[in-house]
Write a protein that binds this ligand. Structure first.
Ligand SMILES: [Cu+2]
Length: 225
């Protein structure tokens, strides 16, 4: 089934698992929505004003209260358990792929600065280079981004990768993702961070490994001149 009217195509390895959770939660909340709204409308019609009809005095029902507390509790716990493995995979640095390519992304009003490791493949050395609003990565390779913020809280948002993480001044927060196909995708800021928030936007360029290497080499060279 084509669900693209709801969400963009997913291009990360863990994207399908996130989407599955999303639709499970959507169905549960959707069913509850229609049941409660349906009951509301039905009661409005059934118990509308009628000449001579008196309101009944009801004292309450312990049984009903237990049921409507325990049932949502069980549903919410089931969702928490169902999402735990995805949460661990996406958000827990202990589970990040060890061989991931490392980048640093620094958010500031109103741009994303992406620092690449340069020829030595290591971040924090003299040959690092930084590109504004362009996140270039190779396809089929895990990428680990250490997120920083210079001024206020921003939110690193890759909708097609199903990844969103706040960037917080004074902290370095690692995230990871792996692209499953080449192309150009969105990098947005999902935290209202000031007047220019709307234009805090970059592009994710997913290259083949060879294209990525040649891009990185030419950029590194440019930087040194
Ligand atoms: Cu921002």
């Amino acid at each position: 089934m084509n669900w693209s009217w709801m969400m963009p195509e997913t291009v990360s390895t863990y994207g399908p698992a996130i989407d599955q959770l999303y639709y499970v939660i959507l169905v549960i909340t959707g069913v509850v929505f229609f049941l409660t709204e349906g009951a509301l409308i039905a009661f409005l019609v059934m118990y509308r004003h009628k000449e001579g009809r008196k309101a009944a005095y009801i004292h309450g029902s312990t049984k009903a209260e237990v049921v409507w507390t325990v049932v949502p509790f069980l549903i919410v716990m089931a969702i928490a358990l169902a999402s735990k493995s995805s949460w661990d995979l996406v958000k827990n640095p202990a589970n990040f792929p060890a061989d991931a390519m490392r980048l640093v992304v620094t958010a500031k009003q109103f741009e994303w600065n992406v620092t690449y490791p340069g020829a030595d493949g290591r971040i924090g050395t003299a040959d690092d280079f930084t590109v504004r609003n362009q996140l270039h990565i190779p396809v089929n390779r895990a990428v680990r981004v250490n997120l920083r913020a210079e001024d206020v809280i921003h939110s690193f948002f890759l909708p097609e990768f199903r990844l969103k993480q706040d960037a917080i001044p004074g902290r370095e927060i690692p995230v990871w993702f792996e692209a499953t196909r080449t192309g150009e995708f969105t990098l947005g800021c999902a935290e209202l961070c000031g007047l220019g928030h709307y234009r805090m936007k970059g592009t994710v360029y997913v290259h083949t490994e060879a294209d990525f290497q040649s891009w990185a080499a030419s950029r590194a060279e440019e930087q040194q001149q």
